[in-house]
Ligand binder design. Structure first.
Ligand code: SAM
Length: 336
């Protein structure tokens, strides 16, 4: 076992690996993808299950990864998902304290049927994206009439023990920006932990605009009209600032990626479905592990290349710099 780690020039160590299983999705959320979808990655460029599992193994065994989150695109569209989870859960952490922790970020469609199998395969937790309690608003934002399927998926995740079940929401001006408090109430009633994410410049259409974004501050002001929010300490490297709602026990999270960046505490690294390492969601450079893999590189060579890819991780995402340039890769092809 190696002693290498995924450290960057600023001393941050990545232990949280986000693995994108596909760039495809069955929703068309306005802040993510155009109505007609995108040109999906060609199959031959996408890592096979075995290739993916090999890279996850190298991350855990040689590079100190402790947490693996499956995302996309929509990870539930990947046929091999249960096998990939099981193979991840069969790995041992370098400190021999057990298996890596596993989580999935998903839109929840179809989870009603698969939640138990995923839990049985070793999935620990899920984050499900849901922006509204109103099926019509959902259909407008996602361009698909599937609100009830998401709600059923949430319930199934809860029943299968994939908790604490977290809900991710993005507020969009003119769509669901008046609904934050209602969504929080709805989540608390069901025991889901809600987190609001600021809209980021990651959409394929490059339509993000700062003035339209609902900021963390605005979200807090909206919620404070109905709830007493008390900041909680101990955020660590978690992206969400947590607030106790009224007297508890529920909390709400605010992820102010744009206006309250947390890059200094970042412990994340991303592997795309086509085998590229991205050291930041906003990175403009990628490191091609697929080429190494298919070129016959050894585990040690791949680990060295992966570790080297961390060295160019910038101190911050730079969204607020005048020179910021949005990546050519949309969120759906990076893994959110
Ligand atoms: N399909 C899965 C899902 O819906 O959760 C996983 C991938 S999705 C890209 C991950 C998360 O990113 C979702 O919660 C989604 O709402 C969020 N997201 C997508 N585009 C975003 C943007 N431009 N700004 C902020 N969050 C975004």
């Amino acid at each position: 076992m190696g002693t290498m780690e995924l450290i960057d020039q600023h001393g941050r160590v990545a232990t949280d690996l986000r693995v994108s299983l596909t760039d495809r999705c069955n929703l068309r959320c306005q802040y993510c993808m155009p109505a007609e979808g995108l040109d999906w990655m060609p199959t031959e460029e996408t890592l096979s299950d075995d290739e993916l599992i090999r890279l996850i193994r190298i991350g855990v065994e040689q590079l100190g990864v402790t947490d693996v989150r499956f995302t996309g695109g929509e990870p539930l569209l990947r046929r091999g998902l249960p096998a990939i989870i099981a193979a991840t859960k069969a790995l041992s952490l370098r400190d021999e304290s057990g298996a890596p922790r596993t989580a999935m970020t998903s839109n929840g469609l179809g989870l009603k049927r698969t939640a138990q199998a995923l839990a049985d395969a070793g999935l620990d937790r899920v984050n499900i994206s849901l922006d509204t309690t109103d099926p019509e608003v959902f259909a407008r934002i996602t361009r698909r009439d599937r609100w009830q399927d998401v709600v059923d998926g949430l319930q199934a995740a809860q029943d299968a023990g994939l908790g604490p079940v977290k809900v991710n929401a993005v507020l969009l001006r003119g769509h669901n920006d008046t609904e934050g408090a209602a969504l929080l109430r709805w989540c608390m009633e069901r025991g889901y932990e809600l987190r609001f994410i600021e809209q980021m410049p990651l959409d394929a259409q490059h339509g993000w605009n700062r003035e339209a974004m609902i900021t963390a501050e605005e979200t807090l002001a909206l919620l404070s009209e109905e709830f007493i929010l008390t900041p909680q300490s101990g955020r660590g490297s978690a992206p969400a600032e947590k607030f106790l709602v009224d007297d508890g026990p529920h909390t709400v999270g605010i992820i102010g990626s744009v206006t309250r960046p947390f890059c200094g505490d970042c412990n994340r690294v991303r592997l795309t479905a086509d085998g590229q390492i991205m050291n930041c969601l906003f990175a403009r450079e990628e490191s091609d592990l697929r080429a190494s893999l298919r070129g016959g590189a050894s585990d040690a060579e791949i680990a060295t290349r992966w570790a080297a890819a961390m060295m160019t991780k910038l101190p911050g995402h730079g969204i607020n710099d005048p020179s910021f340039l949005q990546s050519d890769r949309p969120m759906s092809a990076i893994g959110g």
